[in-house]
Design a protein around this ligand. Sequence first.
Ligand SMILES: [Fe+2]
Length: 617
Amino acid sequence: MYILGINAYHGDAAAALIKDGRIVAAVEEERFNRIKHCAGFPVRSIEYCLKAAGIGIEEIEQVGISRDPSAHLHKKVLMSVQRAAKEIVRRRAIAPDNPKLRVITEEDAERVAAVASEPNGNGHAPGILQQVADRLRNAARVRDLDDELATALGISKTKLRARFHNIEHHRAHLASSFFVSPFDRAALLSLDGFGDFISTMWAVGAGNSIKVLGQVEYPHSLGIAYTATTQFLGFPHYGDEGKVMGLAPYGQPRFIEAFRDIVRTEPNGQFRLNLDYFRHAAEGVEMTWNDGSPLIGQIYSDKYARAFGAPRAPADALTDRDRDLAASLQLRLEEVAFHILNQLHRETGLSELGLSGGVAYNSVMNGKILLNTPFRRIFVQPAAGDSGTAVGVCYQIWNQLLNQSRGEVMEGAYTGPEFTDDDIVAELKRAGLSFETHSDHGVTQRAARDIAAGAVVGWFQGRMEFGPRALGNRSIVVDPRRADMKDVLNQRIKKREPFRPFAPSILAEHVGDYFEQEHPAPTMLMVYQIKPERREEIPAVTHVDGTGRLQTVTLAANPRYYQLIEEFYRLTGVPVVLNTSFNENEPIVCTPRDAIDCFLKTQIDVLYLGNQIVRRN
Ligand SMILES: [Fe+2]
């Protein structure tokens, strides 16, 4: 049985396809249309999934999307109404218990839009009503998934024979962190910005079912608090939170008491935001989830700015205030996360944890969980953010709804497009590039030699990764022993802020020799302390606080990448390489063409495409 899972009209639109419970493909739309974190409907991802399976859409039996417009509808509508639209309630004569509330149509959206366009006729700001209208339109599209799918694929709706499901956002996140984990039973936490009116949900997974234990409702959200501070610090783009995480170790958490007031913990794992510091609950924040990068308006309030001074403009130099704010926010995030996790452990008594939601990309927080909670083993969904809900949807249907047994464990995230050597050779010829072809062993040997000699190596192999991390198939690889490599990469290719660290990939057998913790981190979502005596050996991947966001590499998960690092180890005695994603300032490369373009635009020294090697003349 084929099941298609979709994340649409949220950041990182994506599709995933499973067959009889095994992953066939999972991919993000940004990799095809080259728009970072692209929202909208993932039509090219769906087309790729079908192609990877060799089937047509008519062979799909179940389709799900990670949104349920009717979930918490009562609260969603109530909040919108309280905020802006008492007029709409009067005109529609609806009440929270009116069954009609469960139906949202395009017509409703148009009606609201019409009200919104009435100049001052209702006494409310048109902008806010427009937000309500946008929200209803978005919800209508999510609900009418079969229409959207048929239109996107350019086919008649009659060709679709699948059953359609709306899976609540956080249930999809939770499913993505359990059903493909190695655990039979696990405590589960989805720590997020928001989705279907919830920001945080925790649960217990056992066998093929998940039972929800608790949740925190919007507008209270750790993700939103983190994004608000990220904006205040002059990083305005969707997904910039990682920059603040990288900045935090340069500061002192001297604002921690203020942040304890901004995010307040409560009994039973609950927390609340002090909403005076934010705009999203009182005024609403403009958000756009159309066919482009998501846009999120200013979340922090005037009170926030009064508390900490003027917001930093993106071009301004970073000050101690900015670094200390980042440090305080990061510390508060960790405190609240451990507060929830310790409660979750008390409730479940389990030692295994499955983690998901956008906040689970905070690898610094993740790396401290084993030190600050009783959990002993952790599985973080490689695509912990919203793209991963496409996988979660598939398994929520397969395991929970259809009651099928489990069989898939995501040990890596190599679920995207791959290309044959014939494809690659054709593309190289088209680009007019001269190249050599070598055996598998010849390729890893030469690449290791190039890296040890100080070259910047573009490494394009096998199936593209799902989720934000390049894990050795779409990577740029350099020598971690060279302290200047960070600057070399930034000047020649990445153009990133100088305070951001680069990450190590290490042979799994050697983790204990270099790091203070040994728990596997196969998808680069854990930051551990590097042993003090090893830091000078690998300066290019040692952050200012002595940490590294490692990828533990096993032969089973990625043979060719493992062999590359093994060759490097043989040459240098160091079982570590620096691994950064293969891209300039754009989504990670997907096709050989993308890789060649990036090679030509930047100053990568050597390009390894499958078994082909291209050297810059
Ligand atoms: Fe989410």
